[in-house]
Each structure stands twice: as structure tokens, then as C-alpha cells.
Design a protein. Structure first.
Length: 175
């Protein structure tokens, strides 16, 4: 009968140890919970910043592509505009020409400005044409060397700007 008495004492000691340990376990678990919460908050902060940066980068790529498309549309409209509607063949004194109104496909949000101006010709003289593979007689052709410039605003409140410059050499018969 001695045995049951020892068992009761052992049980009492183990119950007392469990009561003491339960407070320690609670404190350790709270410390881990706080640490994990801090790590999760830091990761969410970085994710938010990364998402904003990737969104801004995507907006710039889209704006650049829209500006290039607007430049292509200006060239298409001038070349296929019919007789008298090709601003590339105008006399030099008529430049710069604003052609924003011709952008019917690429300026739906009205945040693109397109113009045609003389390139590298301060004195506004008719220049000889750049070298090309097509044969021509000397002194028969001159060229309007022009720049098509497209400015595209983008971003929140249109605070950023993309500029695309395109060079054009339009052959003209010498006067």
C-alpha cells in the first residue's frame, strides 16, 4: 500500500510543474506571434511598394508605345492625305505645323500633342537630299528635312511626359 501514496505525490508534482510551465509557454508563444506579425507587416509593406513601382513602370511603357503609335499615325496621315494635304511638302516658311487634330486613333484621351518642324536648318534653306540608293539627277531634287515630335503626357494627373522624335526627308522638285 505504499505504492499508491508515491503515485499521488508524483501526480501532484507533475501538475504543479504544468501550472508553472503554462505561463512560460504563453509568454514564449506571444513573443513568437509578435515577431511573426512584424515580419508579415514588413513583407506587406515591400509588396505594396513593389506593386506601385511596377504599375508606374507599366504606365511609362504604355505611354511610350502610344507616343510611337501617334508618330506613325502622323506620318501615315501626311503621306496618304491626298494632293495638297501633305504637310511634309509645304514650303519651309510654313513650319512649324501642329498636327494634333489629325490624331483620331491615338489621341482619344486628348493628352498627346504632335507637331512637324524643320530639323537642323536654322536659316530655313532648301537642303540637298541625304544620300539614298535611288538614282536621281544632280540638282533636280531638294528635301525638306523635318522632325515629327509627339509629346504624350501620362501618370497621375498627367504629370509625366514622353517625347518621341522622328526624322523625315521629303523629296521636292527644285524650283
Amino acid at each position: 500500500m505504499v505504492m499508491p501514496h508515491k503515485r499521488v505525490q508524483t501526480r501532484v508534482k507533475s501538475v504543479a510543474k504544468k501550472k508553472q510551465q503554462s505561463g512560460v509557454v504563453l509568454i514564449v508563444s506571444l513573443v513568437f506571434l509578435i515577431a511573426l506579425t512584424a515580419v508579415a507587416a514588413a513583407l506587406m509593406q515591400n509588396t505594396t511598394t513593389d506593386m506601385k513601382m511596377s504599375g508606374a513602370s507599366e504606365e511609362k511603357v504604355i505611354a511610350t508605345q502610344e507616343a510611337i503609335s501617334a508618330s506613325d499615325e502622323v506620318i501615315f496621315r501626311q503621306v496618304n492625305g491626298g494632293v495638297g494635304n501633305n504637310a511634309f511638302a509645304l514650303p519651309l516658311v510654313r513650319f512649324p505645323v501642329v498636327v494634333t487634330g489629325t490624331l483620331s486613333k491615338t489621341n482619344l484621351e486628348k493628352n498627346t500633342v504632335a507637331s512637324i518642324d524643320i530639323a537642323n536648318n536654322i536659316l530655313e534653306l532648301e537642303a540637298d537630299c541625304p544620300h539614298s540608293r535611288s538614282a536621281s539627277s544632280t540638282q533636280v531634287f531638294t528635301c525638306n528635312v523635318l522632325r515629327v515630335q509627339v509629346n504624350r503626357e501620362y501618370g497621375r494627373k498627367n504629370t509625366n511626359n514622353v517625347v518621341v522624335n522622328t526624322g523625315i526627308a521629303q523629296q521636292l522638285l527644285r524650283n
